[in-house]
Structure formats: structure tokens, C-alpha cells
Design a protein around this ligand. Structure first.
Ligand SMILES: Nc1nc2c(c(=O)[nH]1)N[C@H]1C(S)=C(S)[C@@H](COP(=O)(O)OP(=O)(O)OC[C@H]3O[C@@H](n4cnc5c(=O)[nH]c(N)nc54)[C@H](O)[C@@H]3O)O[C@H]1N2
Ligand SMILES: Nc1nc2c(c(=O)[nH]1)N[C@H]1C(S)=C(S)[C@@H](COP(=O)(O)OP(=O)(O)OC[C@H]3O[C@@H](n4cnc5c(=O)[nH]c(N)nc54)[C@H](O)[C@@H]3O)O[C@H]1N2
Ligand code: SF4
Ligand SMILES: [Mo]
Length: 688
């Protein structure tokens, strides 16, 4: 422990998993820098990653387990916490059955195989099917939809000839793409931005389209219309690899740019320009927002439309387009232990749960509030903050108040922690072993690294492995957690990848590529029922949905016709634009980051501000049918008039999810419509 060491590992302050070098001296991490040879971040760190040690050594870290007694938290030992939690769980199971337990892990668990895997394993060992995660508010919808269309999950290549940022702002949310984009623009790549806000990247774009939130599907259909009428499609690719093109031709014949102009607010001429640019570029890629397109009424169909646009222009399996990658093979922590029953939402949203026998383990999170307490009575949150991050905080808060048992395992005291019966301290990523891989989310780089334990767990914190193993033992299912150490667990996960724990530890501490990209997919190799790319999806048709990409107006919108509602809430609300200094509800207590972005801002255009007599810097109230928030107003010409943008992740009076509504869901997969609601705004009393 005495000597100074430099350890190569990854950053998990968000899901990108950038490579970093950590200097450790006398058991303490004293410096963190980007890892030059990591293909994703090439030596750079974003502001959060650079401040990681301040987060890890924050005085606000949870130091020991706590139990809420008469409304106050009291320090207890791990043994007491685990004994009591196990006893409560066992009693609830005996009385009501195992499905009473719901488990949740957040976006940090998406790429954190140990966290999400062990949490799922735990609920399965307990006998419950109810695993929830951000997968039912975030990009899983796109994965499902691409699987429906291609049978596989093609991903955008980072190096493209034409970037279409379709509700995606890499400057704030996608640090690795930001750099790849910058490098390729210098080499002559083209850029299009489709966004209700003129984000700074739009100033560098060949084309900026200011769209009305929630109407992206209509724009996509109009692009298809132009690509087909102007003969810009890839006939050879379509004939060889797709089914249903003829039906698409008649389906979009009425979707002219003029039709879409009325819906999207984008001039027809600009829609034609975009369609021509896209239709005439090989190696073009739609980078849809990582969650933006999912959280609208037309979510699944938006993703379908983007998939079909890529297919009809032959931008599948070409450099710079969408590319199918051999999925990673890891030792599966959960599969062998599936519960007997299905997770919540399987009946209501069957395509989220299963296609062609391929089941997904996730429950539909928007159904959680209404399922407490009659179905769910106990909830275990590992690495998430659902009382801030999930839609409809009021509904979630009320429901969580009715739980018999709420347990939170986290590094910090969160809003969800405050509502819990037990709060347990968790290890940061520098305090435990893990698998770090970059493969799907955005960029198709199949790269694998060992996440190294650089320092001993701080305070009394425990890793997910240790916490869940000890809880499982107390519940009599310890045999399901038979690894003797975290290293053994990680070696098990790595085994099928072909890159062993020891190889990655000793020979390739910086990580290694573990698969090759294959541009050519032979005819008939798409894993759909027809073995082709399904422009027309019988699977969707059988489930009662439009088999061709279609457009549905947001449930609540200026065009959806409920006059009374519109009078009360005349503005369009889109929530959740990212900010480079924070991940969701995290990192607010790191001064270096907080100083850069001290408070939440609601953003509106100048005319909207005038209409509601709000000035830049005023405190404003944003209100929906569910509740209201208070935020400082930022008036900017960059924001489309009639639109209100609010960030998520802030607590107290600025929690944007007080505004969202768990009942307002996308019809196919049950996602919350967080990007296209209606609201009103007013100046707060204190300004008057
Ligand atoms: N710093 C930071 N990075 C993050 C995160 C974070 O919390 N902090 N979170 C990570 C996670 S989990 C996710 S899912 C991703 C999210 O990533 P994205 O979903 O890509 O979100 P943003 O990059 O903020 O870009 C959203 C853009 O969409 C625009 N927009 C809003 N509504 C609409 C609409 O209806 N249509 C169109 N076309 N545009 C619209 C907004 O103005 C904004 O510029 O970010 C990831 N990266
Ligand atoms: N209105 C609105 N709401 C949104 C969105 C939006 O666009 N608009 N976006 C949604 C999206 S896309 C997402 S992905 C979700 C994110 O939702 P969440 O993932 O629930 O949000 P976070 O605030 O990142 O919560 C993660 C928690 O995990 C803790 N943590 C970090 N590392 C570890 C660890 O190693 N172990 C343990 N046990 N805990 C750890 C952090 O301290 C933090 O409290 O938010 C969603 N909410
Ligand atoms: S983008 Fe920033 S926070 Fe996310 S993994 Fe990379 S360095 Fe860490
Ligand atoms: Mo997300």
C-alpha cells in the first residue's frame, strides 16, 4: 500500500465508461487523468470525470448503515441492517408471495454489469420477477425497435460522413461523440441538427431544423416521402435485404413536406433539403437522442422511422452508418434464475417484454406507483434515485410512502434515501472490481477493460456483491451467490468473452478490443422472422400497432384538441436536457461542478417571455396538471417560441418530475411522455 502506483481503470460517473489513470499513494487516490490509449476518450475527461476524486472523497459520502426511527436516521451496524431487512423480506414473502419485492437500479447500472446483474439475480433468487430500471424510460425502446426491424441491434458509428443529431446534444451528454464529431467535421463530414433549441453545435451545422417537440415522427415520414418520390433510395440494398418497401411507398405518399410543415413547424423546403442530403450520402447516420425520442407519444414509431430511413438509403453495415456488431458474451449473472411469473407490464406492453421468444427482464416502471401496495410492498433501490429521476415524483413519493420496506444502497443520501427505512453505504467504482465495456449505447466500439479496485472501500461502504451476497445468505439463498470474492465473480463474467481476468489485469490493463466489426451481412442473415430487414412489421401488426412507421400527435399538445386543457396549459414542455457538470440527480455537492452550474434554469424564447411578462433572471413557476416547480428563467433566442425547457435531476422545489405524469405513456412500450407535455408559466410572487 505504501508505494505510489498508477492504475488504469474506467470512470463510471456516467455510462460512457471512459478510460482513466488513477494515481494511488499510501492507499489514497490522489490524481485522476484520462487514459490516452482508450479509444473512447483518448486521454480526455469531461468535467465530471476530472472531478471524480472530489465526489469519491466527498465529506457527504454515506459512512455507515442507517435506519429510520420515528422520522430520524439512526446509525446501526451492517449486521443489524441485514438481519432486519432479511427478516422483513422473509415475512412479506411468506404472507404475500415473492412478487411483493421490486428492485430498481439506475442508469449507472445500465453498463455496470455487476450492479444490474446482481440485483436481478437477487430478485430472482428471492423469486420475484419485478426488476425495474431506467431501461423503461431510456434507450431500451430503441434497442427493442431496432431488433424488431433488423433482428439485431445496429449502432451508430462514431466516425460518420453525415451526422444527424436528432434531439441529441453531445456537448452536454455525449462526451466521446463530441470529440469524434469535431474531428470528422474538420475532415469534411456534414452536420444536421434537429432540435427545438438552437444548441451551439447548430451554429456549426450545414442545416438546423427547429422542430416542435414530440413531432419528429412526422418529419421522418416526410423525409421518406421525398426520398421515394425523388428516387433517392438504394434500390439494390432494398431488394436484397428488406421486405415491405412497396407498402411503405403507398403508406407515405400523403406525407409530403407541406403536410409535415404544419405539424413540425419546419418549412417544407428545409425538409426537402434534409431528405436530399440524407438520401445522397453514403455513410450517413441518425444519432437519435439517447432518451429524447423515446419519451414521447410516438416513441417506438420514431425509432422505427429512423431504422427504416437508414435501411432504405442503404446506410446499414456501411462505414459511417449503422453497423451490426457481434454482441458481447459475458457470463450471465441472472439468466439461469428467471422467476416463474412475469414482471409488471408484460400484459399491457407485451412488445417491451418479449419479441419472438426473446424476453427482456425489465418491468414497466411507469406502472410502479399504481402497483403499490397491492402488488409491490417492498422495494430495493441499488444505484438509482427514482424519487427524482422517474416520472411523476408525487405519485412515486406517495406510493413509496405506503411500502412496508424501502431499502436504498447508495454513495450519498438521496431524495429516495430520505424516504427509505434503511440506507446502506455503497462503494464507488474505485473501490470495487468490475467489467468495463463499451459496445452499444452509442458508438459500436467493442472494447473491454477490467475495472480495478484502486482503493479499499471508504468508511463502512460495501460493494453490491458483498451487500447482496450477505443478504441472500440470510434469506437462505446464499447458494445462488457462490462466488468467494469479487475477483472470482468478475472472472466468471469475463470467461465467455475470451479475455480473462488475468490477461486484462496483467497484460492489457489499458483494455483490449474483443470483437471485430463486420460490415458485410450476407443476404438472409437478419434475425427477423423473414430473415430480412422488416420495413413492414407483422410483429407490430399482430400486437395491434401500425406495421409501418407512423406518426401520432403527443397526447397533450396544441394540436391534440382538448381545448380546456390547452387553455390552462398553453405551452409545450420538454424536460431533461442534459448538463455536462452533472449526471441526473448526482454531483450537486461537488463544489467545482456546482460553481459552474449553480442552479436550475427553465429556458424560454423572448416572445414567450414577453407574453408571460417574465424577464431573464426572474424566478418563474412552471405548472402542469401534476404539480409545479420554481426555477430561474433564462430567456434566449435559441429556444423555439411556445416551448419551455426544464432540466431534470434537481431536488426540492425544482424537481422537474413533479411536472411529469406516469399516466401519460407511449402506447407500445409504456414509456413516460417527458419530452412533450403541456404547461403554464408565470412569474413567481417574489419578483413582483
Ligand atoms: N452530463 C451528462 N451526460 C449525460 C447524462 C447526464 O445526466 N449528464 N445522462 C445520460 C443519459 S442516461 C442519457 S439517456 C443521455 C440523454 O441524452 P439525450 O437524450 O441525447 O439528451 P441531450 O443530449 O440533452 O439532448 C436532448 C436534446 O433534445 C432536444 N429536444 C427536446 N425535446 C425534443 C423533441 O421532442 N425533439 C427533438 N428533435 N429534440 C428535442 C433538447 O433541446 C436537447 O438539445 O445523456 C447521457 N449523458
Ligand atoms: N423529466 C425527466 N426525467 C428523467 C429524464 C429526462 O430526460 N427527463 N431522463 C431519464 C433517464 S434517460 C434516466 S437514465 C434516468 C436516470 O435515473 P437514475 O439513474 O435513477 O438517476 P441518478 O441521479 O443518476 O441516480 C443514480 C444514483 O446511483 C448512485 N450511485 C452511483 N454510483 C453507484 C454505485 O456504484 N453503487 C451504488 N449502489 N450507487 C451508486 C448515485 O449516488 C445516485 O444517487 O433519469 C430519467 N429521468
Ligand atoms: S463522459 Fe465524463 S463522467 Fe462520463 S465516463 Fe466519461 S469522463 Fe466519466
Ligand atoms: Mo438515460
Amino acid at each position: 500500500m505504501g508505494e505510489k502506483k498508477e492504475i488504469f481503470t474506467d470512470c463510471t460517473l456516467c455510462y460512457h465508461s471512459c478510460g482513466c489513470k488513477v494515481t494511488v499513494e499510501h492507499g489514497k487516490a490522489i490524481k485522476i487523468r484520462g487514459l490516452d490509449v482508450h479509444p473512447l476518450n483518448k486521454g480526455r475527461l469531461c468535467p465530471k470525470g476530472a472531478a471524480a476524486l472530489k465526489n469519491i472523497y466527498s465529506p457527504e459520502r454515506l459512512k455507515h448503515p442507517m435506519k429510520r426511527v420515528n422520522g430520524r436516521f439512526k446509525r446501526i451496524s451492517w449486521d443489524q441492517a441485514l438481519d432486519e431487512i432479511a427478516e422483513r423480506l422473509a415475512t412479506l414473502k411468506e404472507e404475500f408471495g415473492p412478487q411483493v419485492l421490486g428492485v430498481f437500479s439506475g442508469s449507472i447500472g445500465v453498463e455496470n454489469l455487476e450492479m444490474a446483474g446482481l440485483v436481478q439475480r437477487f430478485k430472482a433468487a428471492f423469486g420475484s420477477p419485478n426488476f425495474f430500471s431506467v431501461e423503461s424510460v431510456c434507450y431500451r425502446m430503441r434497442i427493442r425497435t431496432r431488433q424488431l426491424t433488423f433482428g439485431r441491434y445496429p449502432v451508430e458509428e462514431m466516425d460518420s460522413n453525415l451526422y444527424i443529431l436528432w434531439g441529441h446534444n453531445p456537448d452536454e451528454s455525449d462526451f466521446p461523440l463530441k470529440f469524434a464529431l469535431g474531428e470528422n467535421l474538420k475532415k469534411g463530414a456534414k452536420l444536421v441538427v434537429i432540435d427545438p433549441k438552437r444548441i451551439p453545435l447548430a451554429d456549426r451545422a450545414d442545416l438546423y431544423l427547429r422542430i416542435r417537440p414530440g413531432t419528429d415522427g412526422a418529419l421522418a415520414l416526410a423525409m421518406m416521402n421525398v426520398i421515394i418520390t425523388e428516387d433517392l433510395y438504394d434500390r439494390e440494398f432494398i431488394e436484397k435485404h428488406t421486405t415491405g418497401f412497396e407498402k411503405l411507398v403507398s403508406h407515405v405518399s400523403g406525407c409530403t413536406p407541406e403536410w409535415a410543415e404544419e405539424i413540425t413547424w419546419i418549412p417544407a423546403g428545409e425538409i426537402r433539403t434534409l431528405a436530399r442530403l440524407f438520401g445522397s450520402t453514403k455513410g450517413a447516420s441518425i444519432f437519435q437522442g439517447t432518451c429524447t425520442q423515446d419519451q414521447t407519444a410516438n416513441g417506438t414509431q420514431n425509432s422505427r422511422a429512423f431504422s427504416v430511413l437508414q435501411a432504405i438509403t442503404g446506410n446499414i453495415n456501411v462505414p459511417g452508418g449503422w453497423v451490426i456488431i457481434r454482441p458481447p458474451r459475458f457470463g450471465n449473472l441472472d439468466l439461469a434464475l428467471q422467476a416463474d411469473s412475469d414482471p409488471l407490464g408484460t400484459d399491457q406492453y407485451p412488445l417491451f417484454s418479449e419479441i419472438w421468444g426473446r424476453k427482456s427482464p425489465y418491468g414497466v416502471v411507469t406502472l410502479v406507483p399504481e402497483s403499490i401496495p397491492h402488488t409491490l410492498k417492498a422495494f430495493l433501490v441499488v444505484g438509482g434515485n427514482p424519487l427524482i429521476s422517474m416520472p411523476d415524483s408525487l405519485a412515486f413519493g406517495e406510493a413509496f410512502g405506503k411500502l412496508d420496506l424501502l431499502v436504498v444502497h447508495d454513495l450519498f443520501m438521496t431524495e429516495t434515501g430520505k424516504a427509505a427505512h434503511y440506507v446502506l453505504p455503497a462503494c464507488s467504482h474505485l473501490e470495487k472490481w468490475g467489467v468495463a465495456y463499451t459496445y452499444n449505447v452509442c458508438h459500436g466500439i467493442p472494447y473491454l477493460m477490467l475495472r480495478k479496485k484502486c482503493i479499499e472501500p471508504l468508511h463502512e461502504s460495501r460493494s453490491e456483491w458483498r451487500f447482496l451476497t450477505e443478504l441472500a445468505e440470510r434469506l437462505g439463498v446464499g447458494d445462488r451467490f457462490s462466488w468467494n470474492s469479487e475477483e472470482e465473480l468478475v472472472a466468471f463474467e469475463l470467461e465467455p468473452s475470451g479475455l480473462s481476468f488475468n490477461y486484462l489485469l496483467n497484460e492489457k490493463p489499458e483494455g483490449d478490443f474483443y470483437g471485430e466489426k463486420q460490415y458485410e451481412v450476407p443476404e438472409g442473415q437478419f434475425k427477423t422472422p423473414s430473415q430480412k430487414i422488416e420495413i413492414y412489421s407483422e410483429t407490430l401488426e399482430r400486437a395491434g400497432f401500425n406495421p409501418l412507421p407512423s406518426y401520432q400527435e403527443p397526447e397533450r399538445s396544441p394540436m391534440s384538441g382538448n381545448r380546456k386543457f390547452l387553455k390552462a396549459y398553453p405551452l409545450i414542455l420538454s424536460s431533461g436536457n442534459r448538463n455536462r457538470y452533472y449526471t441526473h440527480s448526482q454531483h450537486r455537492s461537488v463544489n467545482a461542478l456546482r460553481e459552474k452550474n449553480p442552479e436550475p434554469l427553465m429556458e424560454i424564447g423572448p416572445e414567450t417571455a414577453k407574453r408571460f411578462t417574465i424577464e431573464d433572471g426572474d424566478t418563474a413557476i412552471v405548472e402542469t396538471n401534476r404539480g409545479h416547480v420554481r426555477m430561474k428563467a433564462r430567456v434566449s433566442e435559441r429556444v423555439a417560441e411556445g416551448v419551455v425547457l426544464v432540466p431534470h435531476g434537481w431536488g426540492g422545489e425544482a424537481n422537474a418530475n413533479v411536472l411529469t405524469d406516469a399516466q401519460c405513456r407511449e402506447p407500445i412500450m409504456g414509456y413516460p411522455q417527458m419530452k412533450s407535455l403541456l404547461c403554464s408559466i408565470r412569474k413567481a410572487e417574489e419578483n413582483r
